[in-house]
Design a protein around this ligand. Structure first.
Ligand code: SAH
Length: 395
């Protein structure tokens, strides 16, 4: 087995049980033949500390598989880790009402670089680290044996692969080619999802709990859903009897799918307005027209892809939050989110607070929100928490 020897004193980083070892902490890597293979991580003076996967082209040079250096990294190891991840979902997902959920959440399920999402009878996987790619065949075999899916589809097309210098791969890994749209249910609402080319693995599964919560705030209310994608929040608003719904997204494909999703649930599209356009511009237009709403949802895409984009992203978040606060009726509610990992919860809170001051409104934060429970955050991996949100009452 190859070895990754840490620089003097760097063995301390393993004590925190954070699964990433950056290249700057490594003195030398020896005897590695293939990207992603398992290496033993040693202290500068040769003590065996942990086992990990080497990523020869990445700044994250090693991702730890196990902090027990005596463990064997083999098919059984992955089977056990996958079974543990499945066991958590057995406890937290009500399969009678929901058949779309995250089964394996990468580092947070002790499987760095591996994402597996369940879409009804289909599994969608992302192999985002050299180590996950190295074990792909075994992982697909285990998933197939344990879950017997109709198809295991690979969606390794995330931009993070560029940083890892890994190839993008999209296609069937096992089973039959999936249809263009597959039907799933989330809290008994039905959705069509395009797992082959939809965003992420097809659907924003991480918002499930927050979408459900929205239902408590919208009865007989006018709702504006900004960045609506295929209507996740919109369907919940409709099912909870919102009186009027305005959906905005820049993608015409996403809006077409909203209409299909309404039909799928036998919901009328009376009082539903779909607008294709730019949220930044449309919020200004609504302001100029003096339009008002009772509930506004802001669930934008990741504005900060890297640390260098944080300042610009913060301006963007502040802009839309300020505009949205101004568009709310007195006593109205804002559901506001940031999914940028580089924007901390504290910073996002500050952005919302600043927007509140500049909007001239009185804003009360009544709830802090985060990603759904099937996207756990490993205690030693704060990066696992990426989705932050607030419900704000606005006067
Ligand atoms: N809330 C959604 C997920 C939102 S994803 C859900 O629950 O499913 C972000 C969406 O914002 C994408 O659909 C993308 O097409 C859209 N988008 C990105 N930039 C935009 C912009 N400037 N104006 C409007 N929509 C935008």
């Amino acid at each position: 087995m190859g070895t990754a020897t840490l620089k003097k004193g760097k063995e301390k980083i393993l004590q925190s049980k954070h699964p990433w070892i950056f290249s700057g902490a490594i003195d030398k890597i020896d005897d590695v033949k293939q990207n992603g293979e398992t290496v033993i991580i040693k202290s500068f003076d040769g003590a065996e500390l942990a086992l990990g996967a080497v990523s020869v082209h990445s700044q994250i040079a090693v991702r730890v598989w196990s902090f027990n250096s005596d463990e064997k990294i083999d098919k059984i190891f992955f089977e056990n880790r996958i079974k543990t991840a499945i066991a958590l979902r057995e406890k937290i997902i009500d399969k009678n009402s929901t058949n779309v959920y995250r089964l394996i959440n990468s580092e947070n399920d002790l499987l760095p670089g591996l994402i597996v999402d369940v879409y009804n009878k289909y599994l969608v996987c992302q192999f985002l680290s050299a180590g996950a790619v190295f074990w792909k065949k075994e992982i697909v075999g285990i998933l197939s044996e344990l879950l017997k899916p109709k198809c295991i589809f690979e969606r390794s097309d995330s931009e993070s692969l560029v940083k890892e210098k890994l190839e993008k791969n999209v296609g069937v890994l096992l089973g039959e080619e999936p249809p263009e749209l597959i039907e799933v249910k989330e809290n008994n609402l039905k959705f069509f999802v395009n797992i082959k080319s939809g965003h992420k693995t097809g659907f924003y599964i991480d918002q499930r709990d927050n979408r459900k919560l929205l239902g408590e705030f919208v009865k007989d209310k006018s709702v504006l859903n900004c960045f609506c994608y295929t209507g996740g929040f919109s369907l919940y608003a409709k099912s909870a009897e919102a009186s009027h719904l305005t959906n905005i997204d820049s993608s015409s494909e996403a809006l077409t799918l909203i209409t299909k999703n309404f039909e799928l649930n036998n919901y009328s599209i009376d009082n539903v307005e779909n607008i294709e356009g730019d949220v930044f511009k449309l919020l200004r237009k609504f302001r100029d027209e003096n339009r008002k709403f009772d509930v506004i949802i802001l669930d934008p895409p990741k504005f900060a892809e890297s640390v260098s984009q944080v300042t610009k992203a913060a301006r963007g978040y502040k802009d839309i939050n300020l505009l949205a606060m101004k568009l709310l009726n007195r006593g109205g509610f804002l559901f506001t989110f940031s999914c940028s990992g580089h924007i901390s919860q504290e910073l996002f809170r500050k952005i919302v607070d600043d927007a509140a001051i500049d909007s001239g409104r009185i804003v009360k934060i009544i709830r802090q929100l985060t990603q759904s429970s099937d996207h756990p955050v490993l205690s030693s991996f704060p990066e696992g928490l990426y989705l932050k949100g607030f419900i704000c009452e606005t006067y």
